[in-house]
Ligand binder design. Structure first.
Ligand code: SF4
Length: 651
């Protein structure tokens, strides 16, 4: 099975045991710019699970690179020992480790810190996402950066790393130098391609001189930046061809997109609406021009897809980064034929890149122990197995049931609806969100393997609890949407009714999204696709305000393409025939929304706690998880299902 995926590969002087790698990605697990014990545990879990190569997240190697994230830094020798601990942990499990060297240039929000508090880039050309206009980097500073790259690489070598990767991807500093639309210099670092390549080529040459022949030396680059003034594929192929031809790199690690643009940044971590392995054609075009290994990333979340990319000769290694974030044991499970045990990444981006944007340590919506390897205890067989009754089969209830069963308890799960899944089942019905249903598939698979008794169409009451006589009850009874508080005779349709086809709208629809998440965007897109004229009122600055920034910007573009007008800072206070009465949420001034046939409401949710009092009256030990505590995201619900159940059962 998967002969390509599990064959060895030589990259420069480094032999790797298989073709699966984890690309460098920000974890927020550093401390003081150094790898923390949590970062070590995070990467060690992926090495233990069978990944061939771990590339650790970008480290800044020169003080002129500004960042508002807790990045790794490698511009002092004091970094060597903590990086060595990380390398040693990865090596302990037979995986290889490569370190990234990164300089943000103009792609930063930070303007008041770091070296002289100034954002430096090749030329003072505005960046589109953070609205930064940088200052031209003096030629002397470019030379400093080149020398610092060599020193950073030397520190990786001294820490025991197998290789080093220079980042010219995603519109970062070296990409900015390469790009004639962004690099407007007239000195030896601007103008002709040879000049624009000089900072990158000189850095690679200096790194090789610094580390010697024993380390693999690679380049990360976007096959194309997909931005109006971004690097294009023919330019990238030519650059890679020249660097490889000059013997300056041992491999090229291909990605796509740019952090510098509102439309292109979605490709930095492509969400579920983009096709699996869609970067492979770009990688193949680069690979055809070179004779060194090419690595590729981009929505390769399935081992079968990964094998096909390799078998087709599109790349030599496949990045399965989020697949490993979700299930660190994926390589070993596939290798030993346990494919159906793999917990598949669904491309939701909520807890991986989503946590990066919200300033939290990395995790996974489906795998709460990701990023919390040292904080959340794993399964442990209970000395006295209990009879556990779980009420509610949404994500929180399913994860709670699995958690209890993993510890050896005898678990029965009751779900009132004909099928389990709760709100996740609705979410998968939204455009571009079908893969969200994978969350339920994964949970049901785990529940089935653990022998959990699942009873659907089973509405639990006090008599049923008494009859089942459990030792412990988990309540995961969810929530219901709050009714609207409005004046007027007009009707308001709850979004669930419209989504499930129980209610139909007229041709002119106002969608009122008071949660600013995926649902309003998805509901509006679905109605527009059905031919409705749609306006989307939200009670924040923009639609999707609570979802990860890169994905939100992507969907704002799709709403615009679909002709959907977004009304920000809105509050609904009345509905009459043909008119909805909105108020501006910040000024309280009325906004009249006329020619409306239907108003669809996505409102806040109230916890369903009806059973909690009954369970207390029966004197049974109990824990509440998920929406029945207070409205939760799926990630929070699953986290609670695991953490609170485990803690309560081990008391
Ligand atoms: Fe995949 Fe979502 Fe987990 Fe990120 S949070 S690794 S996208 S399942």
């Amino acid at each position: 099975l998967h002969p390509h995926l599990f064959s060895e590969i030589d990259i420069g002087p480094m032999r790797v045991r298989n073709r699966i790698l984890s690309t460098g990605h920000q974890t927020y697990l550093s401390r003081g710019g150094r790898p923390s014990e949590h970062m070590v545990a995070y990467h060690e879990a992926r090495a233990r699970g069978g990944a061939g190569l771990i590339i650790t997240e970008s480290a800044r190697f020169h003080e002129s690179s500004l960042s508002d994230a807790p990045d790794l830094t490698i511009h002092e020798d004091s970094a060597i020992a903590p990086f060595a601990a990380l390398a040693e942990a990865v090596h302990r499990h037979g995986a290889r480790i490569i370190g990234q060297l990164s300089h943000a240039g103009r792609v930063t929000r930070r303007m008041g810190d770091g070296m002289r508090g100034i954002v430096y880039a090749p030329s003072p050309v505005a960046e589109h996402r953070n609205h930064v206009v940088p200052r031209e980097m003096p030629a002397g500073m470019v030379e400093e950066v080149i020398a610092a790259a060599a020193e950073g690489a030397r520190r990786y070598r001294d820490a025991g790393y197998d290789g080093v990767e220079l980042m010219a991807s995603h519109g970062l500093l070296f990409a900015q130098f390469l790009n004639p639309r962004v690099n407007r210099r007239s000195d030896r670092f601007g103008g002709a391609l040879e000049n624009r390549m000089r900072p990158l080529a000189d850095s690679l040459a200096a790194i090789r001189r610094s580390v010697g022949p024993g380390m693999a030396l690679g380049l990360r680059i976007s096959a194309e930046e997909l931005e109006l003034d971004g690097l294009e594929r023919p330019e990238v192929i030519e650059i890679c061809h020249r660097l490889a031809g000059a013997g300056l790199v041992d491999y090229i690690n291909v990605t796509i997109g740019s952090m510098a643009g509102l439309g292109s940044s979605v490709h930095v971590v492509p969400p579920m609406e983009l096709s699996p392995a869609y970067v492979a054609t770009g990688a193949a075009a680069i690979r055809a021009a070179l004779d060194i290994p090419v690595l590729v990333a981009g929505r390769i979340n399935d081992s079968g897809v990964a094998e096909r990319v390799l078998a087709a000769g599109q790349a030599d290694m496949v990045a399965m980064t989020r697949a490993l974030i979700t299930d660190p044991d994926l390589p070993n499970k596939v290798l030993t034929g346990r494919m159906d045990e793999v917990r598949a990444c669904i491309g939701c981006n909520q807890a991986c890149i989503g946590h990066f944007h919200s300033g939290h340590a990395i995790s996974c919506i489906q795998s709460p122990r990701t990023g919390r390897e040292l904080r959340l205890p794993g399964p442990e067989t209970a000395r006295h197995p209990l009879k556990v009754m779980v009420v509610g089969g949404g994500p929180a209830g399913l994860r709670a049931a699995i958690t209890a069963a993993e510890d050896g308890h005898d678990v029965t799960l009751h779900e009132a609806a004909p099928a389990p899944g709760g709100q996740a089942r609705l979410a998968q019905m939204l455009p571009g969100r079908a893969e969200f249903g994978g969350l339920i598939t994964n949970l049901l698979g785990e529940a089935g393997r653990l022998g959990i008794t699942l009873k659907t169409g089973s509405r639990v009451d006090a008599a049923m609890i008494t009859a089942e006589a459990p030792d412990f009850v988990v309540l995961a009874t969810g929530s219901t949407m709050l009714p609207p508080e409005i004046e007027g005779e007009g009707t308001v349709l709850p979004f669930e009714e419209v989504l499930t086809g129980r209610a139909r709208t007229g041709a002119r629809v106002l969608v009122c999204d008071w949660r600013c998440d995926w649902v309003g965007i998805g509901m509006a897109m679905r109605l527009a696709a059905e031919g409705c004229h749609v306006r989307l009122a939200v009670n924040g600055a923009t639609a999707g305000q609570t979802i990860p920034q890169y994905v939100r910007d992507h969907w704002i573009g799709r709403l615009h393409e679909a002709g959907i007008e977004v009304i920000p800072y809105a509050r609904l206070f009345g509905v009459e025939d043909g008119t909805a009465y909105l108020a501006h949420a910040a000024s309280d001034q009325p906004i009249l929304c006329e020619e409306v046939d239907s108003v669809v409401l996505i409102n806040g949710r109230a916890s369903d706690t009806a059973l909690a009092d009954e369970v207390a009256r029966l004197g049974l030990p109990c824990v509440c998880v998920g929406d029945c505590n207070t409205a939760r995201t799926a990630e929070e619900a699953i986290f609670e299902g695991l953490a609170m159940t485990r803690r309560a059962l081990r008391k």
